[in-house]
Write a protein that binds this ligand. Structure first.
Ligand code: ATP
Ligand code: MG
Length: 385
């Protein structure tokens, strides 16, 4: 008997001509995620089997696989020879901690095995009940637990009870490369995770306002970036010094347009970085109407300075829905740590909620936009996460 992990891919992507592309890409990412562990990876039709790992690495490997985009579910399983006695010796201890209703489900690819699937399931069910009959009853229609027996053609059977849901979506790189505007807040890490799930490789850009925002604020973003990078199969973080731009806006432009102006600079700089480093889209954590800078008018104004597509995965999310995902992916606790964001520096008392384009353009004309951007781009810190 040996422990393995069955890895399943979403079948929708496996129907078309591209299926080998998706499967091969996913194979690469599984290997990358498990770098440093001893293991073997093999394909079993459209599934993968992770085998030959050290028992002590087992849980760590499961945790890594849970963050690989494109994997839908995994099942920790055991492999035994397809022999009734051996299968029984495996199935019974697996049921030790199960309570309630159960069924045994056999899939017999190996037609040379003498007992038909239904009969084998029934016999094994009887074996389980003879030991754990106090805890378990059979329910073939809607059982709480299913013990699966997958009899392979090679004379081996895979046996498992657990199906663990993973990220799902598509393998990283199958949907291009995007640039995430990453703040230290709750929303943007979630937006990054969601776009990774669609197979988009991420880089991220953070705007830092030293000395108004301190080293701790930057470290917090690095920590969040590391968490997201696990879904993106690695990520580069570009840290842009934003202070000079903010001071220029603060000095020369109408106070109520501070955030509007800042957003326009952020978008332009992010687009320039993306163009330089192979990015094809910008991603933000904006949600419609959440704050003054996220009204349709504000979004129109920041969107109009770039020509790259801007993806806003959270646009229709309530904050609570976003928090739920942040908790699930583990970024929430870090995101709520107290910190200053560059947007809280020079925060106007009454930010424009519906900024008018002609006014924005008039105010912006007071600045040398191009040279401010060039200067910011000339001194970008690059951190590989
Ligand atoms: P978040 O929780 O992601 O900070 P938020 O609800 O606080 O979002 P805003 O502060 O209005 O919203 O920011 C909107 C979006 O602008 C963010 O989701 C993020 O994509 C981007 N953004 C804001 N501040 C920064 C920053 N300092 N660096 C990079 N991107 C930023
Ligand atoms: Mg914010």
């Amino acid at each position: 008997m040996k422990k393995i992990i069955i890895v399943r891919v979403c079948e929708i992507f496996l129907k078309g001509k591209n299926r080998f592309y998706f499967v091969n890409l996913l194979e690469e990412h599984i290997k990358k995620a498990l770098t440093g562990f001893k293991f073997n990876l093999s394909k079993l039709q459209m599934r993968f089997l992770v085998e030959d790992f050290l028992e002590s690495d087992y849980q760590k490997i499961v945790e890594k696989l849970k963050k690989v985009c494109g994997i839908h579910t995994i099942s920790p399983a055991v492999v035994v020879d397809s022999d009734y006695q051996k299968i029984k010796e495996c199935v019974i201890p697996m049921c030790e901690n199960l309570f309630g209703t159960f069924k045994i489900e056999t899939n017999r690819a190996d037609k040379s095995f003498p007992i038909p699937s239904v009969e084998l399931s029934r016999m094994l069910g009887g074996d389980v009940l003879s030991v754990y009959g106090k805890n378990l009853t059979v329910d073939v229609k809607k059982p709480e637990h299913v013990v699966k027996i997958d009899m392979r053609e090679n004379g081996k059977s895979l046996i498992y009870t657990q199906v663990i849901k993973c990220v799902g979506g598509m393998p990283i790189g199958s949907s291009g490369h995007g640039f995430l505007m990453l703040s230290g807040g709750i929303d943007s890490p979630v937006a990054g995770y969601m776009i990774c799930k669609r197979g988009m490789k991420l880089s991220s850009v953070h705007f830092h306002s030293y000395p108004y925002t301190g080293e701790a604020a930057k470290e917090k973003v690095v920590t969040l970036g590391k968490m997201i990078s696990e879904y993106s199969a690695g990520m580069t973080l570009y840290v842009v010094k934003f202070t000079k731009i903010q001071e220029a806006i603060h000095e020369r432009c109408a106070e109520d347009l501070m955030i509007t102006m800042m957003r326009r600079f952020m978008m332009r700089i992010t687009e320039r970085l993306a163009l330089k480093h192979g990015g094809q889209a910008i991603i933000t954590g904006e949600s419609l109407g959440q704050v003054a800078s996220q009204t349709v008018e504000s979004i129109t104004s920041s969107n109009s300075v770039v020509s790259m597509p801007v993806f806003r995965p959270l646009i229709a999310f309530d904050k609570l829905e976003t928090i739920e995902i942040a908790e699930k992916i583990g970024t929430y606790e870090t995101s709520i740590l107290p910190y200053e964001d560059c947007c809280t520096v020079f925060l106007p008392k009454y930010p424009a909620i519906k900024p008018k384009m002609d006014r924005i353009l008039k105010e912006e004309a007071r600045l040398d936009v191009e040279s401010l951007i060039e200067e910011a781009l000339s001194d970008v810190e690059i951190i590989h996460l």
